[in-house]
Design a protein around this ligand. Sequence first.
Ligand SMILES: [Zn+2]
Ligand SMILES: [Zn+2]
Ligand SMILES: [Zn+2]
Length: 313
Amino acid sequence: MISASIEDIITKLVANNVDSIIPTIDDEGNISYPVLEGLSIPVEMLEDAVKDNILERHIYKRMLICPIHVKVLSLPTLHCPQCKSNDIKKINLIEHITCGFIGERDRFDSGGRLVCPSCDIQITEKNSNMLGAWYTCNLCSAKFNAPLILFQCNNHQLDIAMVDIKDIFYYTVRKGLINNEYDVNEVFTTIYQILESKNISVMKMHPIKGRSGVVHTVPLYINDYRGNDIVIEYCIDNNDTNISNNNFIQVIIKLIDLQAKHMILICIPKMRDELRYMAATNNIMVIEGNNKNVIIANLLDIVNSKILQNRRG
Ligand SMILES: [Zn+2]
Ligand SMILES: [Zn+2]
Ligand SMILES: [Zn+2]
């Protein structure tokens, strides 16, 4: 069981420079997706993150699976088709053409050379025929040329017809840095689609009248009509490592005028340390960074917690 959200986990992964989630298969054939600190992510959660465009899915291996227990099957074993015993022996028959003797390969073995036990002549490719392989069961003495192939799962066995072939996937964190307004727009579109798919009432480029009477347009606005609204704004500076004071202050003034219940400001790539207090004292939550996934993951985390908080209350 895990309590962390996929957003938390991905943020951690990215922070630790881990960008793929590889499956492991234990001795019993169970597939799991371990990540950091011994934590495993359920595959349903990974699939949801794929739908949300946070993770990308790739084929890791095609494996044989027990359709009943959904476990990966290990190497098959060969059995007698009559009594199902595993105690079977492979027999190779050799015909010595010169004298006509046919027998098991073992009988021709003479200190590393093959010699006909009937006429004592050495066997060569030209004077012999390999008659193919047979199997014999040591338990019931049955002779057969096609042994039964069985796979072991838990406490039952499956033959080849019962086995399923399944694609096992690994997952990678979607790459991508935000460099310009176009990238920002893409991120907001993704966030919008994710929120909509979760039945959260969200609007793009939404006009709101501020306390000053000025109508501001915000890129994303969430309102569950219970006085619990969230404004999501951003500021970006692609020429510098920090967002310029001017740019930042303009956005802060706009947010203060709006006075939504919750305000989230995405700063790409980073806000100036000396401006942090302005955000904090005005109850503005700040997300910093320039990795699309980290920003999306962090934002969804905040939105989830605010919406859930309200649903509980
Ligand atoms: Zn099974
Ligand atoms: Zn048998
Ligand atoms: Zn011979």
